[in-house]
Design a protein around this ligand. Structure first.
Ligand SMILES: Cc1cc2nc3c(=O)[nH]c(=O)nc-3n(C[C@H](O)[C@H](O)[C@H](O)COP(=O)(O)OP(=O)(O)OC[C@H]3O[C@@H](n4cnc5c(N)ncnc54)[C@H](O)[C@@H]3O)c2cc1C
Length: 461
């Protein structure tokens, strides 16, 4: 449905603004641009952006959307935002910034606009670790809503398993506190369902006691790419739960912003983080370091609060095309296929092929979590930066996907699935989970006002 098919007008949207403590930003007005996705290749044109000031604004906006045949999408930082059409109101939570830590209970209470870096620092002040992902700029609540795979996932598992309670305004406009004991069905859905049934207005999350880790990223030159990839495939499969690793085949542009050893040529990086003693962690990494001659980077003992720095994730929006698959094992044919599609002689325009090992505690399946597919394996994401002189980047991303297609599993990781295609999205859930979310939406989102809900359940109805 487009805005043209609904009863909503700009006057009605302005009327909504009068009911709020926050603001409605219409197309062309200041603040509307806050709905721009972090992936700036996506053109998002929602009917309006509601910069909410409190929980009540969220409930009012949801009810308004339902009354006017519209849908709502929620956005904090834009890191996982898809393009929205003019039948959608974006609920922008970026101004909701409350973040507190209770060191005695080892719990943080986080509002939906808070970014990972802020929570990590707040927890570190008390010797505690917030289990966030590789980018300090990602929103804590958005990350946890989809599960969350962090740099220590083999040791601690899926980050949303540490969520102890949530406050959520469901698609029927009702605020509920949910936990193992209160509305456990909704607690299940919100730990992994990525906001399918409602907008999370606060999260209470457990913080393990951890102040330092052994970690780092080591980069090797093109002539060692094959040896490093083959070694990593075998070495990573045998790592104990105390260590987590990822590998990135890189093809960074010749730009002053890129460190000279990496600029304008293919390189390969291995990231590693371990909670073992420094001696044991170093010994575990030794065979990997010996696979080539590093040109950049080091490993060593780091403050936990600095762990994300080893990934050097982009801080500014950029236009990208991206695809993601899961591969069970990195066998010799898979490695051969990767080298042929994205190796040093491939001339690929794909900027990064990142492979994260999913293992150890990642495979734990706690009660009440909608995160599906916790099998051991590897999450592969190919990303190309789109620019006028970059060539056909999408074709090269597709080439990587086609090369590994014979070995991919029919499943995906929700947080790495950047699409609004219902069929693809549903691959990040088991069929039982999709069916359960669909059944629950009849109670909690009867008007199907949550845009994400529609995307997951639309053709499953
Ligand atoms: C550079 C980069 C690094 C990343 N690293 C990791 C990583 O290491 N591990 C990992 O697991 N993921 C990672 N991701 C994926 C990221 O965790 C998801 O895209 C996450 O949903 C982003 O949340 P956000 O609030 O920052 O983004 P937004 O675009 O603001 O929100 C994305 C989605 O999150 C959901 N959401 C956000 N807020 C709420 C809310 N209040 N209530 C309900 N649903 C909500 C909605 O579905 C929304 O569409 C990364 C993404 C990027 C771009």
């Amino acid at each position: 449905m487009s805005k043209g098919d609904t009863s909503v007008t700009d006057a009605a949207l302005s009327g909504l603004g009068k009911m709020l403590s926050g603001r409605v930003r219409l197309p062309g007005s200041i603040g509307y641009e806050r709905s721009t996705p972090f992936n700036s290749a996506l053109i998002s044109q929602p009917a309006g952006v509601v910069t909410v000031a409190d929980q009540s604004d969220i409930a009012t906006t949801i009810r308004f959307a339902a009354d006017h045949g519209m849908r709502v999408a929620v956005q904090a930082t834009g890191h996982g935002t898809m393009a929205q059409g003019d039948d959608v109101l974006v609920i922008h939570t970026g101004d909701l910034q409350s973040c507190s830590v209770d060191p005695d209970r080892r719990l943080a209470r986080v509002a939906p606009g808070v970014r990972a870096g802020r929570l990590v620092r707040a927890a570190a002040d008390h010797g505690l670790a917030a289990l966030t992902g590789s980018s300090p700029g990602v929103g804590v609540v958005g990350y946890l809503s989809g599960g969350g795979i962090g740099p220590l996932s083999s040791t601690f598992g899926v980050s949303s398993d540490y969520v102890r309670s949530l406050e959520v305004i469901t698609g029927d406009g009702v605020l509920r506190r949910v936990s193992l004991d209160e509305h456990p069905d909704l607690f299940w859905a919100m730990r992994g369902g990525r906001g399918a049934l409602g907008v999370i207005t606060a999260v209470e999350v457990e913080l393990p006691a951890l102040t330092s880790v052994y970690a780092g990223t080591v980069v090797f030159p093109p002539e060692h790419m094959e040896a490093v990839l083959r070694t990593w495939a075998d070495w990573s499969a045998e790592l104990p739960d105390a260590a987590t690793t990822s590998l990135t085949m890189m093809n960074l542009p010749a730009s002053p912003a890129v460190p000279a050893p990496l600029a304008g040529r293919p390189t390969i990086a291995v990231s590693y983080a371990s909670v073992a003693s420094p001696q044991r962690a170093e010994a575990l990494f030794a065979p990997m370091r010996a696979a080539g001659t590093p040109i950049l980077g080091e490993t060593g003992q780091l403050a936990y609060a600095d762990l994300a720095s080893i990934f050097n994730e982009p801080t500014d929006p950029m236009p990208v095309c991206r695809d993601h698959v899961i591969i069970g094992e990195l066998t010799t044919p898979v490695v051969d296929a990767l080298l042929s599609a994205a190796g040093p002689t491939s001339s690929t325009t794909v900027t990064t092929v990142e492979i994260r090992r999913l293992a150890g505690a990642f495979a734990q399946d706690p009660p009440l979590s909608a995160v599906s597919h916790r099998d051991n394996g590897y999450a592969l994401t190919a990303t190309g930066v789109v620019s006028p002189d970059a060539g056909d980047v999408q074709a090269d991303v597709n080439k990587v996907m086609a090369a590994v297609a014979p070995w991919t599993s029919p499943t995906l990781v929700r947080n790495f699935t950047d699409t609004d295609d219902p069929e693809t999205l549903r691959k990040s859930y088991s069929s039982d989970t999709v069916a359960r979310l669909l059944a629950m939406s009849n109670n909690y989102d009867p008007s199907r006002v949550m845009a994400v809900n529609g995307e997951i359940t639309s053709t499953a109805r």
